[in-house]
Design a protein around this ligand. Structure first.
Ligand SMILES: NC(=O)c1ccc[n+]([C@@H]2O[C@H](COP(=O)([O-])OP(=O)(O)OC[C@H]3O[C@@H](n4cnc5c(N)ncnc54)[C@H](O)[C@@H]3O)[C@@H](O)[C@H]2O)c1
Length: 346
């Protein structure tokens, strides 16, 4: 049995807790949270831009810590799952690795490439696993696209467009603070930067146009520059219409198929969805049957990969720290490009 301690019981800590309950061979043995109400099991103040709201929880049998330094040295724990705000990721991850724990840390790995690199090197030094919670490849539609591209089933990729837009997450303190959360570029778009890096490799340069809010990028479109014929763009950021809390989707071009997917959470109207659709030559269009897109199931799929990796004591290719570092490098270059209004080499 793998025993995990979750650090930070906000939206993600709660979703991870719920998702672990669906997986065999792992047990949430400890939680760490600075808010006494949440630590006691009153999770009603927790919310995010998708998934369930928090409820009153029965946490009997789960060790509770207010101080993260105490939880990471708990000898009964094998894995520390870091769900604290990004500013905490480097310090807590490095300390947990040095205390002999494997670490699964939420995205973004860190708010700058130097800290991200430090985390990867700490895992190498400690001989422990570091996995970063880039969940997007575990969404069934993105999983289909990842498989389609990496298998070459529809020929070489020609490029595509990605979209990830949210309304203002007013419940998150410090969202626009570059040293604490990093704004929409590092909090939100980093998912697409990671997926683009995963399926297309690192671009040679980026060109981003957009708007700033204080010191962080607020809304932006990026062209990722590869050698032709590959052409990739992504739009991301915050638009202040609370009626549409979350959108993501893509249109991907391969030599022998186009893949379409669009999802928009519309709480007042019901979600607007274009299910994953495959357009192939000869005028054919099909909608493959996919696994559950329920958010808790998607996170459970990601956590199953964490458990598999810990059990086998082998790194997970999808959750690799190095890939997560590259995603942060891209976000940094994109912000630089937006500010300088020119192409920036990667
Ligand atoms: N993969 C995804 O789709 C996804 C979605 C949302 C958030 N996230 C990531 O999850 C992480 C957390 O985000 P969130 O939305 O859950 O934030 P949140 O603010 O809802 O939760 C963070 C929790 O950490 C606690 N905390 C902060 N500092 C602490 C400390 N020193 N000791 C103990 N507890 C502390 C806070 O009290 C809070 O309850 C971020 O890295 C974020 O980017 C990922």
């Amino acid at each position: 049995m793998i025993r995990v301690g979750i650090a930070g019981i906000g939206f993600m800590g709660m979703i991870h807790y719920l998702a672990y309950q669906k997986i065999r061979g792992v047990k949430v043995a400890a939680l760490c949270e600075q808010d006494p109400k949440r630590l006691s099991g009153d999770w009603r103040s927790i919310k995010g831009n998708f998934g369930p709201r928090g409820e009153i929880m029965d946490l009997a049998g789960v060790s509770r810590y207010r101080d993260i330094d105490e939880m990471i040295v708990d000898p009964r724990l094998d894995l520390i799952d870091v769900c604290m705000p990004p500013a905490w990721h480097p310090e807590v991850t490095v300390a947990a690795l040095e205390a002999g724990k494997h670490v699964f840390c939420e995205k973004p790995i860190a708010l700058n490439p130097t800290d991200a690199d430090r985390m990867v090197r700490a895992a190498e030094r400690a001989g422990k696993l570091l996995m970063i919670g880039h969940v997007v490849p575990f969404f069934p539609e993105f999983w289909f696209a990842y498989q389609a591209i990496s298998s070459g089933k529809y020929g070489a990729p020609l490029g595509g467009h990605f979209k990830r837009i949210i309304s203002d997450p007013t419940w998150l303190p410090d969202y626009y603070d570059p040293r604490k959360v990093g704004g929409p570029m590092f909090d939100l778009h980093v998912h697409d930067a990671h997926f683009i890096r995963l399926v297309f490799g690192m671009p040679r340069a980026v060109h981003t146009v957009g708007t700033m809010r204080g010191a962080v990028a607020e809304r932006f479109t990026t062209q990722f520059l590869y050698d032709p014929p590959l052409m990739v763009t992504a739009a991301g950021g915050v638009i202040d219409q609370q009626g549409r809390p979350f959108t993501h989707g893509f249109e991907l071009y391969l030599e022998k198929a186009t893949l379409l997917f669009d999802y928009m959470a519309l709480p007042k109207l019901g979600d607007a969805v274009t299910p994953l659709t495959v357009l192939t030559d000869g005028g054919r269009a099909s909608r493959p049957k996919l696994g559950s897109a329920d958010p808790v199931d998607v996170f459970a799929a990601e956590l199953k990969e964490v458990v598999r990796s810990v059990r086998a004591d082998e790194p997970s290719p999808l959750l690799a720290g190095e890939l997560a570092c590259d995603a942060v490098v891209l976000c940094k270059k994109q912000t630089e490009s937006l500010l300088k209004n020119r192409v920036v080499k990667v």
